[in-house]
Design a protein around this ligand. Structure first.
Ligand SMILES: Cc1cc2nc3c(=O)[nH]c(=O)nc-3n(C[C@H](O)[C@H](O)[C@H](O)COP(=O)(O)O)c2cc1C
Length: 145
């Protein structure tokens, strides 16, 4: 199985987790980038749009922005082709203390987009950057994905 991590990261947290996963598992990793990193831009213009062709296992990562999926990752996921036959794992990083302050909703939004493209969502991980359990959550995710 060939695995690819595709993530957006504004301040490096999501990227750091993605890099650790890539290194530990030998997965490829690609970043989504946009013309502007402004989280309030509702229609970001993507610059780097990673190609998923040739991969059967995808891992999508994003930060939570304003209780929601970051707009840049939203635009990226929305433009993907049909995902039939692919297994997709998800992870998000967030900062506010409770999962209901964006983490849960963001994973739900990512799952919904993936499922409208016939992708099968497997594992989902919410990483609270402020939590004492952060390292444990990350290492369990790396083992499981
Ligand atoms: C504009 C903006 C909005 C944010 N909104 C939320 C939020 O609603 N809930 C939350 O838990 N964290 C929120 N955060 C914190 C980020 O989700 C968190 O720091 C994340 O780990 C950043 O990931 P990154 O370094 O990969 O960009 C926000 C951060 C920014 C910059």
């Amino acid at each position: 199985m060939k695995s690819l991590i595709v993530l957006y990261s504004k301040t490096g947290n999501t990227l750091g987790v993605g890099k650790r996963l890539a290194e530990a598992k030998g997965f490829d990793i690609k970043e989504v980038t946009a013309m502007s990193d402004d989280p309030n831009n509702k229609k970001p213009e993507l610059v780097e749009v990673p190609d998923i062709i040739g991969y059967d296992h995808l891992i999508f990562g994003s930060p939570v922005h304003g209780f929601n999926l970051s707009q840049i990752m939203h635009v990226y996921l929305s433009q993907l082709p049909d995902l039939t036959g692919k297994t997709i794992d998800l992870f998000i990083t967030h900062f506010f203390p409770y999962a209901w302050m964006g983490g849960t909703r963001t994973l739900k939004q990512m799952k919904q987009i993936v499922e409208t493209k016939n992708g099968k969502v497997g594992k989902m991980t919410s990483i609270n950057w402020k939590s004492k359990k952060r390292e444990l959550v990350i290492s369990e995710m790396i083992k499981a994905y």
